[in-house]
Ligand binder design. Structure first.
Ligand code: F3S
Length: 491
């Protein structure tokens, strides 16, 4: 029996502080230190930069001495490999991987050794070309000094062999960071991280919604590590990816190969829990609430959602998946009659073990839980988590037209630079600026150091942002619909 044991997943990003203490009051290990202990847990929830956070704990002597996982989880696994933490996956017998097979693929021996260790833990003997890789762990706020050091090391030795490598949001707008009041020292480190990724061969997409600015090939294998992009591309585009760690995608991009396991295999993509929707979803934030509930219920099982009225939009599904990946570990979900594998009957519904009804009362309870602040204290409104589409920007501009944001409040819409440029060309950016708001590219309210800038209460329409803002960014949160939030802060 391990010294510490939990049935709840742990988010290495915001459930544990830098001293190795569990700071999530809703966690059964709340207040306990995991430093130097043997820890048994199901798997990691939430952010894929968790691997970097675990390495950081290890470097500072605050990590567990051993972790026992109930199921394979690349985030904890890669944190353990690079942080040299003893790791056991229950019920998995280790199958050694032949390193010479990896070296024959032209992979450098140091990287081949790391990939072999991962393959052994995952039970994956086959390595496939990593053509499309998306890397998280880009903001200096999330990866910190240890993460920067690691990237300096890899960039000094390697270039990406993967063909198409995109990167996640940074901690600031790379062009207009002064407008965001970003501290100079932070900006210096952030610029260095982006330069290192570009030097290795990444495209400077700097977004968590690569699927809004480029084309993904359905039914092909990929290696993505932004959790919201994993949920969207797996579910909506039938791309086959596991929820990789930021660090694993970095190494697969260098190798040009990654292990074939988990959701790469069709037999592992069947749903095991049905979520029977008993209410109509009317707003974007309703989809975030459902996603949040889905994450809490799923506990590692792939959800199958039934009872949805009509066809959800890209933006709706984006919200749903992002919140599910943040509150739990939803990497893939199916929606009856909507998502491709459900529509083309590629999944076996005979594996469903549990059927749970979700109604308006459940969504209201989540909303109440996410709201921790007072309307009159809002100092930042943050839309665009995941990064806003041009349709979302159009809706916000329409709601802001002819209005003025009250003094002392700021409004940011986070998006990719590519979408920001379209918003500028079609005149939406100027409507938002006239009202006193800003479109910020390359970053978001979670990975940007808003607590250092002085913001204390943030309003958002995103379930994912509402999950991370309290502990990771020390914010009180107002969670509501886009329309209601704009009413609260304009005159
Ligand atoms: Fe993207 Fe930031 Fe949200 S990276 S998914 S906008 S937390």
């Amino acid at each position: 029996m391990a010294e510490l044991s939990t049935k709840q997943e742990i988010s290495w990003l915001d459930d544990v502080d830098s001293n190795g203490v569990i700071i999530n009051p809703n966690h059964e290990l709340y207040g306990k230190s995991i430093a130097g202990k043997e820890l048994e847990m199901p798997a990691a929830a939430g952010s894929t930069v968790g691997a970097d956070r675990l390495v950081n704990l290890a470097v500072h002597g605050k990590a567990p001495k051993k972790i026992i996982l109930e199921r394979s989880d690349p985030i904890t696994m890669w944190g353990a490999i690079l942080g040299r933490i003893d790791l056991e996956i229950k019920g998995k017998s280790k199958k050694p991987v032949d390193i010479s097979m990896l070296e024959k693929l032209g992979i450098d021996s140091e990287i081949a050794d790391l990939l072999a260790r991962a393959g052994e833990l995952l039970g994956a003997n086959e390595f496939i070309p990593a053509d499309y890789v998306q890397i998280s762990g880009v903001s200096y706020k999330t990866i910190m000094e240890t993460g920067l050091e690691l990237r300096r090391y890899f960039a000094s030795k390697y270039r990406f062999r993967a063909k198409n490598v995109t990167i996640n949001p940074a901690g600031m707008d790379m062009e207009e960071w002064q407008m965001q009041h970003i501290p100079e020292e932070f900006a210096k480190k952030q610029k260095e991280i982006i330069e290192l990724y570009i030097k290795m061969g990444a495209q400077p997409t700097i977004t968590c919604t690569p699927y809004l600015i480029s084309y993904s090939q359905p039914f092909t294998d990929a290696f993505l590590s932004e959790s919201s992009a994993v949920a969207f591309e797996n579910s909506m585009l039938a791309v086959r990816t596991n929820r990789e760690a930021g660090l694993s995608t970095l190494l697969y991009a260098i190798a040009g190969y990654g292990p074939r396991y988990g959701l790469h295999l069709q037999e592992n993509r069947n749903p095991r829990i049905e979520i029977k929707l008993d209410t109509e979803l009317k707003t974007l934030s309703d989809y975030g609430l459902l996603g949040y509930k889905m994450g809490e219920l799923s506990q590692g099982k792939i959800p199958y959602i039934t009872g949805m009225h009509g066809m959800p939009s890209v933006e709706d599904v984006k919200q749903l998946g992002a919140a599910g990946a943040a509150s739990g570990s939803v990497d893939l979900f199916h929606i009856e009659g909507v998502t491709p594998e459900a529509r083309y009957k590629m999944i076996d519904l005979g594996n469903i073990e549990e059927r749970i009804e979700v109604g308006r009362k459940d969504l209201d309870e989540i909303k109440e839980k996410l709201n921790t602040g007072n309307d009159n204290e809002i100092d930042l409104v943050a839309f665009g988590c995941p990064h806003a589409s041009i349709n979302e920007i159009k809706e916000i501009a329409g709601l802001l037209k002819g209005k003025r944001i009250k003094n002392g409040k700021e409004l940011w819409i986070s998006t990719s630079r590519a979408v920001k440029e379209i918003a500028e060309k079609v005149g939406l950016a100027s409507i938002i600026e006239e009202a006193g708001g800003h479109i910020v590219a390359d970053t978001c309210m979670v990975v940007s150091p808003i607590e250092e800038i002085g913001f204390k209460t943030t309003a958002t329409n995103s379930g994912k942002a509402a999950k991370y803002l309290p502990r990771f960014s020390k914010q009180k949160v107002i969670f509501d619909t886009t329309e209601e939030i704009i009413k609260k802060i304009t005159e």
